[in-house]
Design a protein around this ligand. Structure first.
Ligand code: FAD
Length: 914
């Protein structure tokens, strides 16, 4: 037993211990309860580890207190802290509604709920400050919501735990400052890490049942994801674009201090959500979209700067106290992360997850995270408690007299059925939460499409689960009626005159004021009609989640059509399932969060048998990375089949990692489902990935004979060949008789750095339209336009920038090898040759090409330079004749062609010709 362990026998003693920071606290049955049945002659208590002492974990511990024979250990990563001003910077206010109340009463009795209700605030209405104009909504009908600091919820649960009488043989301990570092699901052990002085101490703890209530970045869920066999556990995780940070601050007196205030401004790049707290200042959640980060807010370095930014957009805040501003500046913005998983358990390895570990809703969305965590805890406690077989196994006669093996097996079976029952009860609800978030955002879109602002805010209210559209529509209606009335009054005289006039002398001559009035009235009537309609409609997403008796799964069930639409849109945009990524062999060992990142960038594609998925020699900038989910693919190299790939394999990585044209062609050998990622996204994820992933991808590439080393060597050989070719050109004399021998090998190396070697077979399409510069190194090609051959290309010919948009280059011999230069980077230069005049033209395709051009004078982007080919260079004979070159020789004085879009060479030439 750890020396930190302390045994407390009375509540007071326990509470005293809780006040000591970083203390492992042991709770024992209080005098008066029965002892020892679970640890009777037959066996020992069931060792339950709860990872995470947040609302979910502590609530579960309360619920387990009345179950006999449990040895419960709560491992909480953070050090022990009493809630109070000191640590409020980390906390936020949570709204607890009917669902939370019911769960809390079940877990800790009516007095737990009463205590929390007394410590919290019953929200008195809601005020929306829209561009500084307050719009007040009456308090929602039905059960009031209690607003309470998260820290206070935790301390209430802890206090309740301390005052509870535990069942026979049950023991509960909390280890603060103890992090679950890793979980071995097979051997049922957790490795924990705790700070001991300046050192980090590690300990291995065995368990019979491990419960993950360790929040959205759960270690337990991570272990289930990475260690359970594929297909056993499905999990999704998404980092939302939003960021948020908490500011604790007293609102000015004229704002209702017991009300919730939402402040938005069309000017402000962030919004404020101010929630009252009984214990002190309002909890102000400052939130923004990460796509549109409020730079001035994030760059504020002093309390004065922060105050200036906040008051510029929201002067109604009055003043930002220095202390509040300082703690805001010291903290970092939090990301909104959503996740869900299914099922919530693994029976074989005695694991389950609850609360945010099972289904995080990304902060305040829907205001249901905590309620759902408490409901999970209540359900799991009930399942463990009421599992008749578990009870029998733990406490029945068998537990006392049966041999240990038998007892142990009976208990195992009972445990399995209990956690399976919990999972069945709660998995759908947890899964539905994320669907609700999606539906809600869809609802927002629907609302904004119809009547813009007001209805979006209606849904914003629903997000809190605090109101429905009806009150908003009522307010909107009242406002509009008011406007109508005022309109009527101000224009009454004029309108009356007009109407009188009409009655006696029909005429079309009336003042513009009357016309405006009539128009405005019509528009207002229309708005009123829409708002009335909405208040009557009660669309299915007017959830008021905290008040509704409906299960989340039912709510989602009624919106299946919307969900299906959303899903198909999402499938088109990306896959989020981590299991999809982990099903690829190379990605099996990736950390959960990393897998989620990769998952976000994949899309699913169905392809038919014989579809060419990747072409040998396709340039790297047009490539994707592929993973096979179902079906098989064949790999070809130089026309020959070299490998078969199956589900779990991936391809495309060799050229993306090495930045060279694809070394292989891949064809679907059956209908296939693929995970596809754009090359750009792949490269940026690879740049951040651990070196192990590159190794895993190298192994994957070897499976189809494209070992990275081999591909690199092939490219290097090609590079050398092109080097020799270019050296001949550089040593030539230009039209002015200047020798260019002095150009260093470095210049050439820069140029060659961009070379990629491509291989084609007879009939393959080599290039379509104007593309980057290439040299035909081996074999023959033809340039075709509209089905007719317009010229032929032989070994040594340069082509690419000279092609017209409708021209294509097709390989017309068996082994065609082409070296290509990418137009990006420092060494972008195009060579154009005229066989008649034997002049080599160089066109600078990028701004800084001048540094690497093998000519006497510098080149700017879009400029041309020339040099005559030496007679000896027979190599260059028969090069394609370019119109541009002809022009060049006709007017040698014109030494440059400037263009702002230089890489589009033919266009440059055309302009020049005109
Ligand atoms: C700004 C904001 C507003 C919110 N508003 C509402 C609301 O109005 N209503 C509502 O119902 N919900 C709300 N929520 C959500 C609510 O806070 C969470 O859903 C709830 O706290 C989940 O409880 P939990 O116990 O499952 O997880 P958490 O509260 O995340 O607790 C997990 C605990 O595990 C510990 N832990 C983590 N990793 C480890 C580890 N490796 N080892 C040991 N311990 C670990 C953590 O320190 C933490 O104490 C809000 C959330 C935010 C951020």
């Amino acid at each position: 037993m750890s020396p930190l362990t302390h045994r407390c026998r009375t509540r007071e003693e326990w509470l005293r211990h809780l006040r000591r920071p970083s203390t492992r606290v042991r709770l024992r049955a209080l005098p008066g309860s029965t002892w020892g049945a679970g640890a009777g002659s037959g066996g020992r208590p069931l060792r339950v580890i709860i990872s995470g002492g947040g609302p979910g974990g502590l609530a579960l511990a309360c619920g387990l207190a009345s179950t006999q024979g449990l040895d419960v250990l709560i491992l909480e990563g953070r050090p022990y802290e009493r809630p109070g001003a000191k640590n409020r910077g980390r906390s936020h206010t949570i709204g607890l509604g009917r669902r939370a109340r019911e769960a809390l009463i079940q877990l800790g009795g009516e007095e737990l709920w009463q205590e929390m209700a007394a410590a919290g605030v019953m929200a008195e209405g809601f005020t929306l400050h829209l561009n500084g104009v307050p719009l007040s909504l009456p308090p929602p009908e039905g059960e009031p919501v209690v607003l309470l600091d998260r820290g206070r919820i935790v301390s209430s649960l802890r206090d309740r735990l301390a005052s509870m009488e535990f069942a026979e043989g049950t023991d509960v301990r909390i280890d603060y400052g103890t992090k679950v570092k890793s979980v071995d699901v097979v051997h049922r052990t957790v490795t924990v890490q705790r700070q001991s002085g300046t050192e980090q101490e590690e300990e291995l703890i065995e368990y019979d049942l491990l419960i993950g209530s360790d929040g959205v970045r759960s270690r337990v869920r991570e272990a289930m994801n990475s260690q359970l066999p594929p297909g056993r556990f499905e999990s999704e995780l998404r980092v939302m674009p939003g960021r948020w940070q908490v500011l604790h601050l007293d609102l000015p007196e004229h704002l209702n201090e017991r009300g919730v205030h939402a402040m938005v401004s069309s000017e402000a790049p962030f919004g404020l959500f101010c929630i009252p707290d009984a214990a002190g200042p309002h909890c102000v959640i400052v939130s923004w979209s990460s796509d549109d980060a409020p730079e001035e807010l994030l760059e504020a370095q002093t309390p004065e700067m922060l105050e200036a930014v906040l008051l510029r957009y929201f002067p109604q805040l009055g003043k930002i106290p220095r202390e509040a501003a300082e703690s805001f500046l010291a903290a970092k913005p939090s990301k909104a992360v959503v996740s869900r998983c299914r099922p919530l358990h693994d029976a074989d390895h005695a694991l389950c997850v609850l609360g945010d570990a099972a289904h995080a809703v990304g902060g305040g969305s829907l205001g249901q995270g905590c309620s759902a965590a408490l409901q999970d805890a209540a359900a799991l406690a009930t399942c463990l408690q009421e599992g008749a077989r578990l009870r029998q196994a733990l406490l029945g006669p068998m537990a006392r007299s049966a041999p240990f093996e038998e007892w142990s097996q009976g208990r195992e079976e009972a445990l399995v059925s209990s956690i399976a029952a919990f999972s069945e009860q709660r998995a759908d609800e947890g899964w539905a939460l994320l669907d609700l978030i999606e539906l809600q955002s869809a609802a927002e879109v629907r609302a904004s499409a119809l009547v813009q602002g007001p209805l979006v805010f209606g849904f914003f209210l629903e997000q809190l689960g605090r109101g429905t559209l009806k009150p908003l529509a009522d307010i909107g209606g009242r406002l509009l009626e008011d406007r109508l009335q005022r309109n009527q009054q101000s224009s009454a005289e004029e309108v009356n005159q007009f109407v009188t006039h009409l009655q006696f002398k029909p005429t079309m001559k009336f003042s513009p004021g009357v016309l405006v009035f009539l128009l405005e009235q019509a528009v207002l009537e229309l708005w009123k009609f829409i708002l009335d309609l909405f208040s009557r409609l009660q669309p299915p997403m007017q959830t008021a989640l905290m008040a509704t008796d409906e299960s989340y799964a039912q709510l989602v069930g009624r919106n299946q059509t919307w969900l299906a639409l959303l899903r198909s849109a999402r499938a088109a945009a990306g896959v989020t399932r981590i299991s999809c990524v982990r099903s690829l062999h190379a990605f099996t060992n990736l950390q959960e969060e990393e897998s989620a990142l990769w998952a976000q960038n994949f899309t699913v594609q169905e392809r038919l048998q014989d579809d060419v998925l990747l072409r040998q020699s396709s340039p790297v900038n047009q490539q994707c990375f592929f993973g096979i989910r179902t079906g098989t693919c064949k790999v070809y190299r130089g026309g020959e089949e070299v490998a078969t790939l199956e589900a779990g394999d991936c391809f495309g990585e060799a050229s993306l990692v090495l930045g060279v044209p694809s070394p292989v062609t891949v064809k679907a050998a059956s209908d296939v489902t693929l995970l596809v990622m754009k090359g750009e996204a792949f490269c940026s994820l690879m740049a951040r990935a651990e070196p192990e992933l590159r190794k895993a991808l190298e192994v994957a590439a070897e499976r189809y004979g494209a070992s990275f080393d081999e591909v690199v060597a092939e490219q290097e050989q090609g590079r050398q060949r092109v080097r020799r070719l270019l050296e001949t050109v550089v040593s030539a004399e230009d039209a002015h008789g200047n020798s260019h021998q002095h150009h260093s090998a470095v210049d050439l190396d820069h140029l060659l750095g961009t070379v990629g070697i491509e291989s084609y077979s007879n009939g393959d399409l080599v290039a379509l339209g104007c593309q980057r510069l290439r040299v035909l190194e081996q074999g023959n090609c033809k340039v075709v336009r509209g089905g007719r051959q317009v010229r032929s290309l032989e070994a040594g010919d340069f082509f690419g920038p000279d092609l017209a948009a409708d021209e294509r280059v097709v390989a017309c011999s068996d082994e065609v090898r082409v070296c290509s230069f990418t137009n990006e980077g420092q060494t972008s230069i195009g060579f154009l040759l005229n066989s008649r005049t034997k002049v080599l033209l160089a066109l600078a395709l990028s701004e800084n090409a001048a540094r690497h051009v093998p000519f006497a004078f510098p080149l700017w982007q879009g400029q041309l330079a020339s040099c005559a080919l030496p007679e000896a260079s027979k190599l260059w004979a028969g090069f394609s004749i370019l119109q541009l070159a002809t022009v060049w020789t006709k007017e040698p004085a014109q030494q440059s062609v400037r263009s702002r879009c230089a890489p589009n060479c033919p266009r440059v030439c055309k302009n020049y010709l005109q």
